[in-house]
Design a protein around this ligand. Structure first.
Ligand SMILES: Nc1ncnc2c1ncn2[C@@H]1O[C@H](COP(=O)(O)OP(=O)(O)OP(=O)(O)O)[C@@H](O)[C@H]1O
Ligand SMILES: [Mg+2]
Ligand SMILES: [Zn+2]
Length: 541
């Protein structure tokens, strides 16, 4: 292609070699995949579902990533293919993972040399090519990103002619028909969305792809290299290091998006709720005014995999990071996992570590102290309960303290009765199957964690009290003959019913079966609870 023929193709001032250099920040390939997952998860895109697949196109191994999120118009797609543009904002409590404007580029170019993006919004469809092979073939001195945009009536813009020609010549798709069939794949999963295909995947020194697609046909695994010949010798390595399915199941502290790998849904794990002997602790770093919650517990699957699961804005940064007491020869804290969300630390560019700052070191030091305290306490308790027992706690069989299940429709987490046998769960589970009537609908908010629960409860009590008083005044102030009174009384009764329900969730021993909701019994109870809550708060302060 001559320079004249390339006119109209968007270009940047960076040299193509930068694409490779930039990708080397991802030493671990799953870190690169996580960048693509994050982009679909972030609040500007908010995909409900995400698909990761291995496919063969024209004899070449490819990875494909598809989401049914918001998609991109031409301007956004251009930013995606360029460097350093990121203007993501939080939407309510959904905080974006993306900050640097680099994840797509570093991630995709780590996995393979070439990538093509298909994206759809309500008004447009666009295709963009980020390809090192193409740039090499045309001996480009600057990164060029061919892009075409179609209106949804499939008419492309005239200035896209050069881009279109480049895409047909250098992508895996040599006809318009083939390109449209990829765009249709996006339509199949929703009105808007994005599909990324990466090819010329990175290979090992022996020429195989770095991923193993055969060992498990529903997973994508990192190939064991020659020195780690068998998976058995990997037993000491947590599964999430080499199985994409296992990694994706813990990638977000509170998952908001369903991930599918090779056609099978990833069962996300609420790691802090899959532990045994759970204890919550708080940590207030000297440089913060707020307390940070840490959840400790024992790994119920393998005692060898322990350490801290460190999240940042809901996204896993470091997994099984051992603290100093777990690294010593006397091996304290064997089997103990800690879960913490460190929004006060700064992740490194590849989002697999934190910047090694004073804050980071202080945090790790304190986590070690806290973890050791937890470990000692659990062992002390055990000794007290059963003084003759000689089996160390880490060697006993453990079951998770709580059983949680995720609704396949609304993706909210629901708690199952203690001791519930998970093998009895159906393949798909929905809120309307819940044992607990209080959480038997997708419309009901997720059950709160204890700590949040206490805080929210007192505000909720206050609100309800105000409402009750307002309603009572309205009812009393009217004559008996007023027709509206019947309606008001019904409202009042309903409200008391709600208050009753709330109180039971707070004080399970409360029996409201005989209560007359027309009377003021509930109002008085509410007053008492409010008083209690205040006293506890005062004490805590
Ligand atoms: N799947 C997607 N759907 C819609 N828009 C996307 C998608 N992937 C990327 N984008 C857009 O492309 C931009 C660039 O993505 P990129 O991952 O390179 O940077 P970022 O997410 O903003 O920051 P970071 O480098 O921290 O990941 C995003 O800001 C977003 O606007
Ligand atoms: Mg990103
Ligand atoms: Zn639901």
């Amino acid at each position: 292609m001559t320079a004249r023929k390339q006119r109209g193709i968007p270009l940047s001032s960076l040299n193509p070699k930068f694409l490779h250099t930039n990708s080397t920040s991802h030493t671990w390939p799953f870190g690169a995949i996580a960048e693509l997952v994050d982009n679909a998860y972030d609040p500007d895109v908010r995909a409900k579902q995400f698909w990761i697949d291995w496919t063969r196109i024209k004899g070449l191994d490819c990875l494909s990533f598809m989401d049914n999120g918001a998609g991109m118009n031409r301007a956004k797609l251009h930013k995606m293919l360029s460097f350093g543009f990121s203007d993501k904002k939080s939407v309510r409590e959904h905080v974006p993972v993306g900050i640097y404007g680099n994840g797509f580029k570093s991630g995709s170019m780590r996995l393979g040399t070439d990538a093509i993006v298909f994206t759809k919004t309500r008004n447009s469809m666009s295709i963009g090519l980020l390809s090192q092979s193409y740039l090499q073939a045309i001996k480009a001195q600057q990164i060029m990103v061919p892009m075409v945009t179609f209106r949804r009536d499939e008419q492309n813009q005239v200035e896209d002619a050069a881009s279109f020609a480049a895409i047909l010549a250098y992508s895996l798709f040599s006809t318009e028909k083939e390109l449209f069939s990829e765009l249709r794949a996006v339509s199949a999963v929703g009105p808007t969305g994005t599909r990324i295909i990466i090819w010329n995947l990175r290979t090992t020194t022996s020429g195989e792809t770095e991923f193993d697609f055969d060992t498990d046909k529903y997973d994508i695994q990192i190939r064991a290299n020659a020195t780690e010949k068998t998976r058995e010798s990997w037993a000491t390595i947590p599964e999430s290091r080499y199985s994409l399915r296992a990694y994706c199941s813990i990638l977000y502290l509170k998952p908001r998006m369903q991930i599918n790998i090779r056609g099978q849904r990833v069962k996300t794990q609420l790691i802090s709720k899959s532990l045994a002997h759970i204890a919550n602790d708080n940590y207030r770093p000297s440089f913060l005014t707020k307390r940070i919650r840490i959840t400790f517990g024992f790994n119920t699957k393998s005692r060898e995999h322990h350490g801290i699961m460190m999240y940042h804005k809901n996204r896993l940064i470091k997994a099984y990071e051992r603290v100093s007491c777990q690294r010593k020869t006397e091996r304290k804290g064997v089997g103990v996992i800690g879960v913490i969300e460190c929004n006060f630390l700064q992740p490194t560019h590849n989002k697999q570590d934190f910047d090694d700052t004073d804050k980071y070191r202080k945090t790790m030091h304190n986590l070690s102290i806290k973890l050791e305290e937890y470990w000692n306490e659990i062992r002390y308790k055990r000794k007290k309960e059963d003084p003759k027992c000689t089996v160390p706690i880490e060697d006993t069989v453990k079951v998770p303290d709580q059983v949680w299940v995720q609704c396949d429709s609304c993706l909210k987490w629901r708690r199952l009765p203690d001791g519930f046998d998970c093998s009895r769960l159906p393949e798909k589970w929905f809120c309307n199957m819940n044992h607990d009537p209080q959480f038997r609908s997708c419309m009901v908010e997720e059950e709160l964690e204890d700590q949040e629960e206490e805080q929210k409860l007192s505000t909720l009590c206050d609100q309800l009290k105000c409402e009750l008083e307002k309603l009572k005044k309205e009812t009393d102030g009217r004559g008996r003959e007023d027709i509206a009174v019947g309606e008001e009384r019904r409202k009042l009764k309903n409200l008391r019913f709600k208050v009753g329900h709330l109180l039971v969730s707070f004080i399970p021993a409360l029996n409201l079966q005989q209560v007359d909701f027309n009377s003021e019994v509930i109002d008085k109870l509410l007053d008492q609870v409010l008083e209690e809550v205040r006293l506890t708060q005062l004490k805590a302060a």
